[in-house]
Design a protein around this ligand. Structure first.
Ligand SMILES: [Ca+2]
Length: 295
């Protein structure tokens, strides 16, 4: 009988397990308490209220950038509604864009395209609790655990610095937040206050979001008046990419679009966009959308 009760107890622990009972919890608590001066009770409470979300593991295992064809990927982002709303976003924020283009040299259409691809101009900022995302991926997704555990520590720091409620902040399945979907380390490093209230708020301030995306691209090598891509032909690609070519930093790209194969050279500013998201499909979608927004 006693044995039976013990089994029942183990079973109920297993099904209601929170992250305080995870084998990796102790080391994280020590790190946050010893190195970053968090209250032990606070960290324990946060972990005990967080749970593994299987949906997060499933989503990160099949990102659209790597499972869809270019045609399908492009159709998600380059469509009428997103283009129309992007044009409106630009009109609504012309003064801010004027300032940001002067200061950072990043065109309004590119910043708008990134915010449009990421969150439909701030409308869909993510519905996962970031603490659940980062614990799920940092503790239970071995392939990227090191990266996400590091983001988890930075999320604790970010929420303390910005006086955000760590248990309420929402974001994508990968813990990306706000209009431009910044992860914690990027938020801390590149988010700027652009509406002058002394605080970088990427969740609510459109000005801060616009300035922060521009700052991110600027820091990652954006060149004022530079090219994103150059359209080319297969023969030119070969000519340009001969061995020992001095332009080897440029990325040769080919996309199957409908029945055609298109060839591009990704220039400095294409590379800057890939620092935002490493996927070439992503950078290409941002480029296409930005071109539509100019029309
Ligand atoms: Ca602000």
């Amino acid at each position: 009988m006693k044995y039976f009760i013990l089994l029942l107890t183990l079973f109920s622990l297993e099904t209601s397990a929170n992250y305080l009972s995870h084998p990796d919890a102790a080391a994280l608590i020590e790190e946050l308490v010893q190195e970053h001066n968090f209250e032990r009770e606070f960290v324990e409470k946060v972990l005990s209220n967080a749970n593994k979300q299987q949906k997060i593991i499933e989503s990160i295992s099949s990102p659209a950038e790597f499972t869809l064809t270019w045609d399908r990927y492009k159709n998600i982002f380059i469509e009428e509604k997103r283009i129309a709303n992007g044009k409106k976003f630009i009109q609504d924020n012309l003064e801010t864009f004027k300032r940001v283009e002067e200061e950072y040299g990043v065109p309004k259409e590119v910043i708008t395209a990134i915010i449009g691809v990421e969150t439909r101009y701030g409308k869909i900022q993510g519905s996962y609790r970031v603490i659940d995302s980062l614990l799920t991926l940092g503790f239970d997704y071995p392939r990227r655990a090191k990266f996400f555990r590091s983001e988890l520590v930075k999320f604790f720091l970010l929420t303390r610095e910005n006086e955000l409620n760590i248990e309420e902040v929402k974001g994508s399945y990968a813990g990306a937040m706000g209009f431009g979907q910044f992860i914690s380390s990027s938020y801390r490093a590149y988010a700027i206050d652009y509406d002058g209230d002394g605080y970088a708020d990427l969740f609510n301030s459109v000005d801060d979001a616009i300035g922060s995306v521009a700052n991110y691209l600027y820091v990652h090598g954006w060149k004022r008046d530079g090219e994103i891509v150059t359209v080319t032909y297969p023969n030119n690609v070969r000519k340009i990419f001969k061995p020992n070519s001095s332009v080897s930093k440029f990325i040769p790209l080919s996309f199957i679009e409908g029945d055609n194969e298109l060839f591009f050279i990704g220039d400095d500013n294409f590379i800057a966009i890939t620092k935002y998201n490493i996927s070439h499909f992503y950078a290409m979608a941002v480029y296409y959308l930005s071109e539509e927004l100019k029309k």
